[in-house]
Design a protein around this ligand. Structure first.
Ligand SMILES: Nc1nc2c(c(=O)[nH]1)N[C@H]1C(S)=C(S)[C@@H](COP(=O)(O)O)O[C@H]1N2
Ligand SMILES: [Mo]
Length: 379
């Protein structure tokens, strides 16, 4: 593009380039705003499904079965699409960094400060999210809580920015807002290039959750179908310390009003049910699979658990963030929530949670506990 710099008295560059104007900022900003809005809302859904407030724990919807697959797929896809959009937006407006004088009034200082917060929080949000998709956490703080807190800072500063810029946005919302705009063709090429970049990164990653496009999934860390029993694995049995010795003498213990224990053979001779349910990993990949096992509610009925009881599910794994999970009554009572013992018609691979793992509809992958050994009825 035609960004020309001119030095003013050897001090600061002055930009007379085209496409650094308000119409371009509005066009790119709209796209970025849409991506950020979808990313924010789907992120909230993910947060509250993983960590519901007490009053909601028993009423979270367990349907549609693919709900979390869709919202988390969108969360990661819009987060990735926001990378080229944010870079394009920053390129469009960066000459304003060099505005002179740097601060004209208190209001102007506050506006610049809010933009600094906006840019920093969006960059950090995208950066931490992107590294999370690769399960790489090179920082000392907990990812999810930080990503969640920062999301409020980011969305707050986006809203403030939109409010401050509302008159400019309104004036440049429609095409042709500048009469006989000589830059219009260049702007169209620029926006087309940005959209091509967005399409490119989306096509190269979205197949991790949108399986019809898995052939073009070249950049995402996990590919549907790659793994034991044709399903990806996040944490293997070896990584979780699940060895033959730990599995020897495995029992399922159910602690409730009428506690009981089952051997593997007893568990697999109970009436079984099959369901096609996705693993929808928070990190962005998801895939449907055919599971068979004992409906959790049958196991709970056998322990005479009250119908509104929450349950705690405990893995053989020691330590680790996902060794223990809790499940509200809406999930525990769903007929499709299984203590699965087989996948695709074969006993679970060790890496998929042998002898038994939880699989529930519309539930984040992190909560689909593997190597289950105990179920506690919480009252
Ligand atoms: N005990 C235990 N269960 C676990 C995990 C774990 O690390 N430990 N990982 C979870 C995550 S993050 C996901 S996405 C799913 C993946 O299931 P899969 O490996 O069978 O595909 O298992 C979940 N269950
Ligand atoms: Mo996951």
């Amino acid at each position: 593009m035609n960004a020309r710099l001119e030095s003013v008295g050897g001090r600061l560059p002055r930009f007379r380039g085209r496409l650094h104007d308000a119409r371009t900022a509005t066009v790119v900003g709209r796209l970025l705003g849409a991506a950020v809005a979808v990313c924010f809302v789907t992120g909230l859904i993910s947060h509250y499904l993983q960590q519901p407030p007490g009053w909601a724990a028993n009423v979270l919807p367990s349907r549609p079965v693919w709900g979390y697959r869709l919202t988390q797929g969108l969360h990661v896809a819009t987060g990735i699409a926001a990378i080229p959009l944010l870079l394009a937006k920053l390129w469009t407006v960066y000459p304003r960094l060099f505005g002179w004088p740097p601060v004209k009034s208190v209001a102007h200082a506050l506006e610049r400060l809010s933009i600094a917060v906006l840019v920093a929080s969006l960059l950090l949000e995208i950066f931490t999210g992107l590294l999370d998709t690769t399960q790489w956490y090179p920082w000392p703080f907990p990812f999810r809580q930080t990503h969640f807190a920062l999301a409020w800072v980011a969305i707050g500063s986006v809203l403030l920015h939109i409010a401050v810029k509302a008159p400019v946005i309104a004036a440049h919302w429609r095409r042709g807002s500048a009469p006989a705009d000589p830059d219009a063709p260049d702007r169209r090429s620029f926006v087309a290039a940005v959209l091509t970049a967005v399409g490119g990164v989306t096509l190269a990653t979205v197949g991790q959750s949108f399986t019809p496009l898995k052939a073009t999934d070249l950049l995402a860390p996990r590919r549907p179908g790659d793994g034991p029993q044709a399903l990806p694995v996040n944490r293997t049995a070896a990584q979780a310390g699940i060895t033959g010795t730990r599995l020897a003498g495995w029992r399922l213990r159910v602690a409730g009003p009428t506690p009981y224990e089952l051997t593997y053979r007893q568990l697999t001779s109970l009436p079984q049910r099959s369901a096609v349910l996705p693993i929808s990993c928070v990190e962005g990949w998801s895939q449907n699979a055919h599971w068979t096992g004992v409906p959790l509610r049958d196991l709970l009925d056998r322990a005479q658990a009250p119908h509104d009881a929450r349950v705690r599910i405990v893995s053989l794994e020691r330590g680790g963030n996902y060794a223990v999970t809790e499940m509200g009554a809406s999930y525990a009572r769903d007929p499709l929530t299984l203590l699965a013992v087989s996948l695709g018609g074969r006993p679970l691979d060790h890496d998929h949670g042998y002898p038994a793992r939880v699989i529930a509809p519309n539930r984040p992958g992190v909560l689909q506990t593997k190597w289950v050994t105990r179920i506690e009825v919480l009252t």
